[in-house]
Design a protein around this ligand. Structure first.
Ligand SMILES: Cc1cc2nc3c(=O)[nH]c(=O)nc-3n(C[C@H](O)[C@H](O)[C@H](O)COP(=O)(O)OP(=O)(O)OC[C@H]3O[C@@H](n4cnc5c(N)ncnc54)[C@H](O)[C@@H]3O)c2cc1C
Length: 430
């Protein structure tokens, strides 16, 4: 099938968590979905799905109950997109995506609260969705189990010694051992993806198990950097637990991470299973609207093509995703030149204190939307009746400080697709 040969119900632009989720939600409602963009940004994620851990950011108050956090946000920041989605819809949306990712090979522990997962920095990350390969880390810390961390010589950006140094006072039974990965003698630098792939072979896995088993001693859990398999992580994790006889957990590592690669792959499998048609190597370089139809110009290595859709969901992200662009004067939305809410002058982009706990005004700039998640101009008028915006491109949120990246992306995707599918009756959709 050629994507330019049909009139799509929806074109989703952008393949981060917001675009992936919007495409899956829309296809699950029976809409025909063309999804444009490369999900390469997904690999920066840790695999952990944050809903809301911190509010208010100025006090760095951490919440165990993300739904209560969103309720508080509704009072304090009623126009924050997380507050507009609300706790109930957020819970439904995030659980649906976790279920879809689980079916696609990346299972998440069923959850009702935030969990505090030990990270490679020696910090605890408050997060909602935890891959099953990581859950025992949170339990080990919570119960202060004597725990062995495994460091691998030559694996960059992961130091179990550093973790023990940073967390040792809060976790007295935590210790580490440094091991040599099989067949890596003389190799100066090791890469997590190579080790993860190697652990999918019986021979290498057994060799690592044989090295680690005698080191366990009194440990009630064993933590590894997140290298336990690439596409077969559930099976590799289980094989380690069966052989070592104690709970085994992965520790999220720095980007680009193995769990980030798993997340990208699982989103792609879930989108295919939902019936989404993807144009992975294309970017959208222009969008024109007439009364009922949007015409999008797609660019890839073969040149330009036009595709048509009855609705468009913009999920192009913030500065890193290139959904927003800051020049010397203003923050702009480069694809459609949409109105971007922002401080009046560049001088007010940042607080005087770079480390200000409340963050910087530029981190809260973005698109304004109406109650149906449609971008508006400065005066509240919608740009086109079936243009929607979701994810981190939206204004009045600071996902990084609020620890709400995935929740914002998934929740707004859910809410916008619900509003859009309600509207579809009036334009002859499904
Ligand atoms: C280093 C890092 C670590 C993170 N860790 C976590 C974590 O632990 N937990 C968590 O919940 N979240 C985490 N996040 C946040 C999360 O990954 C997302 O960045 C966030 O949820 C925003 O998602 P998004 O889909 O709105 O935007 P993005 O992820 O930025 O995606 C936007 C996409 O749109 C594409 N795009 C832009 N313009 C076009 C165009 N014209 N045509 C086609 N495609 C286009 C971009 O290429 C990009 O793929 C992390 C993010 C980063 C950067």
């Amino acid at each position: 099938m050629n994507s330019q040969d049909q009139l799509w119900d929806v074109a989703v632009v952008g393949a981060g968590i917001a675009g992936m989720s919007a495409a899956i939600f829309a296809a699950s409602k029976g809409l025909s979905v063309l999804h444009i963009g490369n999900g390469s940004g997904l690999v920066f994620g840790s695999g952990l799905l944050d809903v809301l851990a911190v509010h208010p950011v100025k006090d760095s108050t951490v919440h165990e109950d993300p739904w209560h956090g969103i309720e508080l946000l509704r009072k304090d920041e009623p126009s924050n997109p997380l507050a507009l989605v609300g706790p109930k819809a957020m819970e439904v949306a995030v659980n649906q995506i976790m279920e879809a990712l689980g079916k696609a090979g990346m299972p998440y522990e069923p959850s009702t609260t935030n969990h505090f997962v030990p990270t490679s920095m020696g910090t605890l990350k408050g997060t909602f969705g935890v891959p099953t390969t990581m859950t025992s880390g949170a339990k080990a810390f919570e119960n202060k189990w004597p725990t062995l961390l495994i460091e691998i010589r030559g694996l960059r950006e992961f130091s179990a010694a550093q973790m023990v140094h940073t967390m040792g006072d809060k976790w007295p039974g935590l210790r580490f051992e440094k091991i040599e990965f099989p067949d890596s003698k003389g190799v100066f630098e090791l890469y997590a993806t190579h080790l993860a792939t190697a652990l999918e072979t019986n021979k290498t896995r057994q060799a690592v198990i044989d090295i680690v088993r005698p080191l366990i001693g009194d440990a009630k859990a064993v933590g590894f950097p997140a290298i336990l398999g690439l596409s077969e992580s559930t099976a590799v994790h289980k094989a380690f637990e069966d052989a070592l006889g104690v709970p085994v957990f992965e520790i999220p590592t720095m980007p680009t991470s193995v769990p980030g690669l798993r997340l990208k792959h699982s989103f792609e499998v879930a989108a295919a299973a939902a019936g989404v048609f993807r144009r992975v190597q294309s970017v959208v370089t222009g969008v024109k609207f007439d009364n009922d139809i949007a015409t999008l110009t797609l660019q890839d290595a073969t040149g330009n093509q036009e595709v048509q859709a009855k609705a468009v969901i913009l999920a192009t992200g913030r500065f890193m995703g290139r959904g927003l662009f800051a020049d010397r004067e203003k923050v702009r939305e480069p694809l459609l030149d949409l109105f971007v809410e922002q401080p009046e002058s560049r001088e007010n982009w940042h607080s005087r204190d770079f480390f200000a706990k409340s963050g910087h005004a530029i981190n809260r700039c973005g698109l304004l939307v109406d109650s149906k998640w449609r971008p508006t101009d400065a005066f509240g008028a919608v740009v086109w009746p079936r243009l929607y915006a979701v994810g981190s491109i939206l204004a009045r949120q600071d996902w990084m400080r609020q620890k709400s990246g995935s929740g914002l992306a998934i929740g707004t995707a859910w809410a916008a697709v619900s509003a859009m599918s309600d509207d579809f009756g009036s334009i002859g959709g499904v």
